[in-house]
Design a protein around this ligand. Structure first.
Ligand code: CP
Length: 323
């Protein structure tokens, strides 16, 4: 059974909340060194040869699932993908039974995306493999925050002291939660912006490493004014089934919270524009911004592979291979 990798203090990656700034920097530095493997003609190193990585994705995904699979394969691990519709969870098997049965096949790492907050932590308590949270409900999406930090660090040369605006459906966003924690721990100031109906209570009263670094604002102008980084989020309508609508309609949402060339002008002239995807074009972000020269959205996706290689290396026993 593989344990945590060289000098990494954690057995699992369940959330940014459990990490200290030094842990985050360790992952980012390692991702820096792995990025160039994607530029090679032969994009493969033997680092995780013989390791087995199961991607258990019980909620839809394009970027996270593909990049975990590519990351595993670039490191020569055997990667197996399981999705909800193709698995026995659709026949009524519990998540825990699924995890225990997968564990019986002796994987080294189980990467879990789940619609329920806390599912990866529950699995981690019942299996011997390292567990990586690939996004759980509205709780955390730690590798997304790590790849966002890697992108910002490369673009801006630092994270400490930056003003970062995160705008959108904060209430349902695991990305906002993980990013507020990661960026705050690395010394950025984070403004979380949403209509009152999409802002959870007390989000700006986070304590510990990020105390005083995260604040909630309700207007787009207040979020964007002088921002170095603008991160837009999607309204997660799929998590609001049957609820009273949180806003009148998407046209009104776009009018007050959509990022256009005009509204982006409030940010610093060198501000970068980010989005974790998938984008709802014309709602939270206009196409001219998504495809504009300040957008680093596809660079985020590229960093996603390098960051996930780093995470698999640290948790999957890469110390015994060679990079
Ligand atoms: N950013 C992100 O988690 O995208 P996917 O849902 O496509 O994985």
């Amino acid at each position: 059974m593989s344990g945590a990798g060289p000098g990494f203090r954690h057995r699992h990656l369940l959330g940014i909340a459990e990490l200290e700034a030094a842990d985050i920097v360790q992952i980012l530095d390692l991702a820096d060194s792995f990025l160039e493997i994607g530029e090679r003609a032969i994009k493969k190193v033997p680092t995780l040869r013989g390791r087995t990585i199961i991607n258990l994705f019980l909620e839809n995904s394009t970027r996270t699932r593909t990049s975990f699979e590519i990351a595993a394969k670039r490191m020569s691990a055997d990667a197996i993908n399981i999705s909800g519709s193709g698995s026995s969870t659709s026949k009524g098997e519990t998540t825990l039974d699924t995890a225990r049965n997968l564990m019986a096949m002796k994987p080294d790492v189980i990467v879990v995306r789940h619609f329920a907050s806390g599912a990866p932590a529950l699995i981690a308590r019942h299996v011997d493999a390292a567990v990586v949270n690939a996004g759980d409900g509205t709780h955390e999406h730690p590798t997304q925050a790590l790849l966002d930090c890697a992108t910002i660090r490369r673009q801006k040369g630092r994270i400490d002291g930056l003003e970062v605006a995160i705008v959108g459906d904060i209430d349902h966003s695991r990305v906002a939660r993980s990013n507020a924690l990661a960026l705050g721990k690395l010394g950025a100031s984070v403004r979380l912006c949403a209509p009152h109906t999409l802002m959870p209570r007390g989000i700006d009263r986070l304590t510990g490493d990020v105390e005083g670094r995260v604040r909630a604002v309700s207007t787009l102008d207040a979020a964007l004014d002088g921002a170095d980084v603008v991160m837009m989020l999607r309204v997660q309508s799929e998590r609001m089934g049957g609820e009273v609508p949180r806003f009148a309609n998407t046209r009104e949402y776009a009018r007050y919270y959509g990022l256009s060339t005009r509204t982006l002008a409030r940010a610093r002239p060198d501000a970068i524009v980010m989005h974790p995807g998938p984008i709802n074009r014309g709602v939270e972000m206009m196409p001219e911004v998504a495809d504009g020269d300040r957008s680093v959205i596809l660079e985020q996706v590229t960093w996603g592979v390098a960051v996930r290689m780093a995470v698999l290396y640290l948790l999957g026993g890469g110390a015994h291979g060679e990079a």
